[in-house]
Design a protein around this ligand. Structure first.
Ligand code: 5GP
Ligand code: MN
Length: 349
């Protein structure tokens, strides 16, 4: 981290132009943390602009009812001007500026005071002036709440802030099914409920608002595209652009699909490959101690967490899948098999 002794409260008080940035393909935690922080700063009398590199899913739009979020891809000049003018930039839910795609260069060139709030492995400390980064938490939204409590004032968390933070926590834990073993998370959730988060309505807004074509696309993935490699405890799904267009793909439609592959008994490693304009996006998931972060780093120019990571490949889809299939036996021998052997396969009391 750069040499600085300015604390968060002072940085906010002194700021004249504040920008809040989320990562490429912003998910529930990215939108929840950035919008939650925007509303929190508003409660401190400070305006801020939220900018994402690209579009985000329809089922998260309720967090920005005024449509205030700026998408860099499509509003480049305006976003560049805001970044150049900013003297305080918050980077939420990513660990290195490179996760912001085309925004990487303007953010790197900006001389603004940069604050990182995140929960990914390996934060690029030299890119930020102040870091609140911890991998043991469920989500950036949980880390943001802790940071508000430690550095600012939880009284600033009103219903809007609480609702956004709850949204990020529930999406990043798969509705409280992973990354949520610690009781402290549930104490924070209880405080968010006390401060106005309506958990039932938030779940309905996020998880019960898919289009019929998204459901057909999911059905197609599971019925026609799921490849199981039982001897390696591995399963994967892939989609090319033609298939995505056939099902009228919209941003966010593929969120969570990889988890279905991981839901198979005996599968500890799941992958999902999607063809994009200039690359193949790779999503990786694992169970228990099996670490996919390192696999994403080594083989797919990516990273993330132990149980959820992602990256990109710059070959054709078929070449990527063939390479993945060649990598799996070795990954099984060195990672899946030994880590699985350490745990009984079925949970018992
Ligand atoms: P997803 O599969 O949902 O896109 O991403 C899973 C996790 O891996 C997320 O926490 C995400 O931040 C991280 N991740 C996804 N893509 C990349 C990438 O290209 N680089 C790095 N370092 N992390 C990624
Ligand atoms: Mn997150």
């Amino acid at each position: 981290m750069k040499q600085t002794n300015m604390d968060l409260k002072t940085a906010i008080r002194q700021a004249n132009g504040i920008v809040i940035v989320g990562h490429y393909n912003p998910d529930g935690d990215a939108v929840g943390s950035t919008m939650g922080l925007k509303y929190l700063l508003a409660n401190m009398g400070k305006a801020a602009d939220v900018i994402y590199p690209n579009a985000y899913a329809q089922n998260l739009k309720w967090m920005d009812p005024d449509g205030s979020v700026l998408i860099y891809n499509g509003n480049t000049a305006k976003c560049q001007a805001l970044i150049a003018r900013a003297d305080l930039i918050f980077c939420l839910d990513f660990q290195a500026l490179g996760r912001t795609d085309a925004m990487t260069q303007p953010l790197t060139e900006s001389r603004a005071f940069k604050v990182l709030i995140d929960h990914h492995i390996g934060p690029a400390l030299d890119e930020f002036d102040l870091c609140f980064s911890e991998t043991a938490v469920s989500s950036t939204c949980e880390k943001l709440y802790q940071t508000i409590a430690a550095e600012l004032d939880v009284a600033l968390v009103d219903k809007r802030v609480a609702s956004c933070l709850y949204a990020g926590i529930c999406t990043d834990t798969g509705s409280f099914s992973y990354a949520c073993r610690h009781a402290g998370l549930f104490r924070i959730v209880a405080e968010l409920i006390d401060r106005g988060a309506d958990t039932v309505r938030i779940h309905r807004a996020i998880f019960d608002t898919f289009s019929a074509s998204r459901m057909h696309l999911l059905g197609y993935c599971l019925h026609k595209k799921l490849v199981v490699m039982p001897e390696y405890g591995t399963a994967y799904i892939s989609l090319d652009i033609e298939e995505m267009e056939r099902f009228h793909y919209q941003a966010g439609d593929l969120e969570g699909v990889v988890n279905y592959a991981l839901g198979i008994e005996g599968v500890s490693f799941a992958a999902f490959f999607t063809q994009r304009q200039n690359r193949i996006r790779v999503s990786l998931r694992s169970k228990g101690e099996v670490d996919v972060n390192e696999f994403a780093r080594q083989h797919f120019n990516g990273g993330g967490h132990k149980n959820a990571a992602g990256g990109s490949a710059f070959e054709s889809l078929s070449e990527t899948l063939a390479r993945f299939e060649r990598l799996v036996p070795d990954f099984y021998t060195h990672e899946i098999q030994p880590k699985r052997a350490a745990l009984p396969p079925i949970f018992t009391l």
